[in-house]
Design a protein around this ligand. Structure first.
Ligand code: HEC
Length: 318
């Protein structure tokens, strides 16, 4: 009896080992490039630029050399109204292109042929910069999003696109994703609602094609805080984000999330020095009931890490 149990166990372990070896040996034959890129995948790749995280172009991982995502309400060349407004991804001369532009195979077969034939993405040159957009086409009754080199197709120059959008409609999304990584937000947050009841709270799980050419994906590993893949669809308030990043306890009294006030830098939008000590003292008075309101959160300056982080949260995470 005992012998038969051991035998069964041995066969079981053997089967499991065999199965895992089969998976290990067979998996490399799955061609990831057959996955077609979705709109989300294109949007992420084009906003993030070539790499997020360590690279020789940005050795200190400061979010340098990133494209700028702009919201266009007018055509940068003709001035014609664009309604509804669209997103465009501006690569100034010298900014490295996103991986699917350098390697269109990463887009998947259908999106690649649309991007090259109609979108002329193979004609973009890093030295002169380029502006990209995402358009839709119908192929065999199905709708596909594909990348367009608007510099070649519409004559939009990076400078004209930036000038048309203005700072008001420019979003430092790629740089913001870098801040997410360097600040270790992924230590607590995930960017991956799962195919369980999860999606009822955190929104739909992503598709395979949402990650074409994205590196790293920053899924996160262990969730200590809400999944934030779709956070901007449940909360799109810039003011709330500002208060919450400056000191999460301003809006969530028992939050364990750390303060990220240092991402404001030294000065506010008017160039005045931010007095963190005074702020803290006033906040402590408020907590002890000696003030009726907490102190105001300073308005951040244009070129700060917090601006990039909030741009990424509100533009990308829908
Ligand atoms: C120590 C863990 C921890 C770290 C690190 C952390 N957070 Fe959080 N975060 C939380 C917790 C817990 C909550 C829920 C309570 C709250 O809103 O403060 C939260 C809430 C949020 C929310 C609102 C979520 C919602 O569902 O409305 C956003 C957005 C957010 N965090 C972004 C970030 C970003 C960006 C960073 C990095 C700069 C970061 N967090 C770092 C723990 C963390």
């Amino acid at each position: 009896m005992a012998f038969r149990q051991y035998k069964l166990g041995t066969v079981g372990v053997g089967l499991m080992l065999g199965l895992s070896m089969t998976i290990t040996l067979m998996l490399p034959s799955f061609d990831f490039r057959s996955a077609e890129s979705t709109w989300v995948g294109l949007d992420k790749a084009l906003s993030n630029g070539r790499l997020i995280g360590f690279s020789y172009e940005d050795p200190l991982v400061r979010g340098a050399n990133k494209p700028i995502t702009v919201i266009l309400k007018e055509d940068p060349k003709t001035g014609a109204t664009i309604d509804p407004p669209i997103r465009a991804y501006v690569y100034k001369p010298g900014t490295p292109f996103a991986s699917p532009i350098n390697h269109p195979d990463n887009l998947g077969p259908t999106v690649k042929s649309l991007g090259v034939e109609r979108g002329k993405i193979d004609q973009a040159a890093k030295a002169s910069g380029a502006v990209f957009t995402i358009e839709y086409a119908d192929v065999n009754g199905q709708e596909w999003a594909y990348p367009v080199n608007a510099t070649a197709v519409k004559g939009w120059s990076p400078d004209a696109a930036l000038a048309t959008a203005g700072d008001q409609n420019s979003r430092y999304v790629g740089r913001g994703k870098t801040v997410y990584i360097t600040e270790g937000c992924w230590w607590c947050h995930t960017l991956l609602p799962e195919q369980t009841q999860d999606w009822q709270v955190f929104g739909a799980p992503p598709y395979l094609g949402d990650f074409n050419g994205e590196m790293p994906t920053a899924f996160g590993s262990d969730r200590k805080a809400p999944d934030i893949l779709h956070v901007a669809s449940r909360n799109s308030s810039r003011e709330w984000m500002m208060m919450h990043f400056f000191n999460p306890r301003l809006v969530q009294p028992n939050s364990i999330m750390p303060r990220f006030d240092y991402l404001w830098g030294r000065v506010d939008v008017d160039g005045n020095k931010i007095d963190f000590k005074k702020w803290r003292a006033e906040y402590d008075e408020y907590r002890r009931g000696l003030r009726s309101h907490p102190p105001e959160v300073p308005e951040y300056a244009r070129d700060t890490e917090i601006r990039a982080l909030i741009d990424w949260v509100l533009t990308s995470l829908k």
